[in-house]
Ligand binder design. Structure first.
Ligand SMILES: [Ca+2]
Ligand SMILES: [Ca+2]
Ligand SMILES: [Ca+2]
Ligand SMILES: [Ca+2]
Length: 379
């Protein structure tokens, strides 16, 4: 496939258009190909293992559709002749994937449609338990409110002798984790697959550690609040070069589900639009900010002068309180700048008020490590 290699060398994978996460949702894109623009790349992610269906239709000239893995390797291709629609269906693990739409010379617009139906846990046709290496961690599945345990596992001292696990979150939730050693001593670390390659590596973000040096079940339980994004790892290690640690592992999740269809971005330009806050109404937001997602920015507008009430509740055992700041976008450019007015800020959980005028507002929510519920009311 010399053409395909040339495309890779021109870094088209790196400039692929993002379709976001499509597990449990659908995608719908229109684009076009012509003699000079003969190939388009798209990237999508799956936070949970899913049955993915894809269709390339609306063709007026021949074009083919390929599904690629995170390294750009072809998984499956549909290459029917002429302007016949291309269809693909595949059971895929959580991770990053690419789509390649390749024209065969003619000009055509096209419609790219798809959906991902989450299959999760036990309904996967072939569950892959994993062997416990960094490349192939033991899969603890998607945490959905029930405890998950492992009994009598063992781990060595060196990184290549550590035992690795992976899991996903079905919802935002607080996870207690503990290793209880049977023999030897050690510790277990919690990591976020921040480079989204599905394997544990040293570039991944360290979130927390639980040490197991006491006896039996007296070991410390660590708590971390995690959003339902991507993959998390646990890595168990012995504290001695000479002997392995043998241990039981317990993960106890307590869910605090969010109520937004997508995570608010970290900037004004990627803010989540809450729409209009009308007098006499309340908007309730449930989401997470913390180590894995450090900022949630919202925007909303108010149609008439009102008293704005902000109320915040942190629904998990937070380590750091969530901070919000609401800014009146006086110059109406969608961004916070020096001429704008901070009308309200809050780190505690009591109601705060501000008398505000009609206009556009931006709310920044950060600094915390918690699941939060924010209520904005206008009266
Ligand atoms: Ca990784
Ligand atoms: Ca968030
Ligand atoms: Ca965010
Ligand atoms: Ca502004």
């Amino acid at each position: 496939m010399p053409q395909f290699c040339a495309v890779l060398q021109s870094n088209s994978l790196a400039t692929a258009q993002s379709l976001g996460a499509i597990d449990g949702s659908s995608l719908n894109r229109r684009d076009s190909l012509n003699r000079r623009d003969r190939v388009d790349f798209f990237r999508f992610t799956l936070n949970r293992s899913s049955n993915v269906k894809l269709k390339l239709g609306g063709l007026r000239a021949n074009a083919d559709l390929s599904l690629l893995d995170s390294t750009g390797k072809n998984i499956v291709r549909s290459a029917r002749p002429g302007n016949k629609a291309e269809k693909l269906q595949r059971q895929l693990a959580a991770g990053t994937y690419y789509l390649q739409v390749r024209g065969k010379g003619g000009s055509t617009s096209y419609k790219l449609k798809g959906s991902g139906v989450v299959t999760g846990g036990g309904t996967d046709p072939v569950p892959v338990p994993g062997t416990g290496t960094a490349e192939n961690p033991i899969d603890l599945g998607t945490l959905n409110g029930s405890p998950v345990s492992r009994s009598q596992d063992s781990a060595g001292f060196r990184a290549d002798k550590n035992r690795y696990y992976k899991f996903q979150m079905g919802q935002i939730g607080e996870v207690n984790f503990r290793m209880s050693q049977v023999t030897g001593g050690g510790k277990i670390g919690l990591y976020y697959d921040s480079n989204r390659n599905g394997r544990w590596d040293s570039d991944d973000q360290t979130l927390n550690f639980s040490v197991a040096e006491g006896s039996g079940s007296n070991n410390q339980t660590e708590t971390e609040v995690l959003p339902a994004a991507g993959t998390y790892f646990l890595a168990a290690r012995s504290d001695s070069l000479d002997s392995d640690v043998r241990y039981d592992l317990l993960l106890t999740p307590t869910l605090a589900p969010g109520n937004l269809p997508s995570d608010p971005g970290p900037e004004e330009t990627t803010a989540y639009n809450l729409g209009t806050l009308n007098k006499g109404s309340t908007i309730e937001i449930k989401d997470y900010v913390g180590d894995v997602d450090q900022k949630d920015v919202y925007k909303f507008n108010v149609s008439a002068a009102a008293r704005l009430t902000y109320n915040k509740l942190e629904t998990t055992t937070n380590k750091f309180s969530v901070y919000s700041e609401i800014v009146y976008d006086k110059n109406n450019n969608g961004l916070k700048d020096s001429t704008d007015q901070v009308i309200l800020f809050n780190t505690n959980t009591t109601d705060v008020f501000a008398d505000i005028q009609a206009g556009n507002y931006i709310m920044f929510t950060d600094r915390g490590d918690a699941a939060y519920t924010i209520k904005l009311s206008a009266s």
